[in-house]
Design a protein around this ligand. Sequence first.
Ligand code: UDP
Ligand code: MG
Length: 339
Amino acid sequence: MVTAPDQRQLLSIVVPCYNEEESFPALRAALTSVAAELEKEVLRVELVFVDDGSRDGTWGQIAAFAAADARVHGVSLARNFGHQAALTCGYDLACGDAVVCLDADLQDPPELIAVLVKKWREGYDVVYAVREHRQGESAFKRWTAACFYRLLRRLGATYVRADCGDFRLMNRASVDALGRLHEYHRFIRGLVGWVGFRTAEVRYQRRPRRAGVTKYPLPKMVRLALDAVVSFSSAPLRLTYWLAGGLMVVVLGYLTYVLINHFIFGGPLLPGWSSLILVITLFGAVNLFCLGLMGEYIGRIYEQVKNRPLYLVRQQLTGGDVATVKTTAHADSPASSSE
Ligand code: UDP
Ligand code: MG
């Protein structure tokens, strides 16, 4: 007997996981019940877990979930490629008519997915989950996040929506559009803004992390922030003109002072050693700063032209069939699998 193909729309839920063995049991329970609720709404659900080179038992837990539930797909990356690369892998592999990404630590409430789906069904292509309040995050993290988004706006990076993480729903067309962007240093929330499409917002209260510690320590946050600035603004390069102009004004002012002091008040023409050293040091520092700034851009151009894959897959499991293992390198060029 031939069974009719399942016409229900497919929703993919993508979760990047890095050393999340403590959060995973709660995540599994939450997603299982949310998937059951969503499936009542004439939807099929697939769960895509991307293990970003965890060194704890995360992959074992993902494999166990995949063995028990046919809707689960697990991907283990060859090493820790970083959150944005893991997310890209999830977007590449997700087959859904819509794709929702969320963090493994349950800071993004899975119950909100139903609200995102509702907006999608109203006809929106991208539905952002906007953080209204961030519980359990240090004042320092909240302050740096607020400053970061304001700074990006100031620098003209208008595509980056403030207070949005990577918790969002995207329809198939916008996911495919995102897959066409081959940037190596990815700041996905900015890229999603760049692709455009019809967007809607849903507000939510961000919860504290369920278990374990943040996998985004300060150096990783700084790197992401730099990627965001360099990818979306060339204003820092123009800063060198402003610095040069400002210093010219200071130097000309100082020269005028020395000349007036000498010719009108009979002061010495050589004002002394300390001011000379000060000026030399200042110029040296500004020069180095500008070189470093340009290095940020040039280094990224270099990384981009090398055209290395954004991530490599070590192992892939398809729900209910643990024997299906793929060990080949994936993605010849960043996000190539979505083309
Ligand atoms: N993550 C990842 N690779 C990394 C760092 C983080 O896949 O190199 C995942 C992590 O497991 C989590 C999500 O990215 O699911 C967000 O990380 P985290 O919750 O630690 O960041 P925070 O909420 O503290 O900014
Ligand atoms: Mg988190």
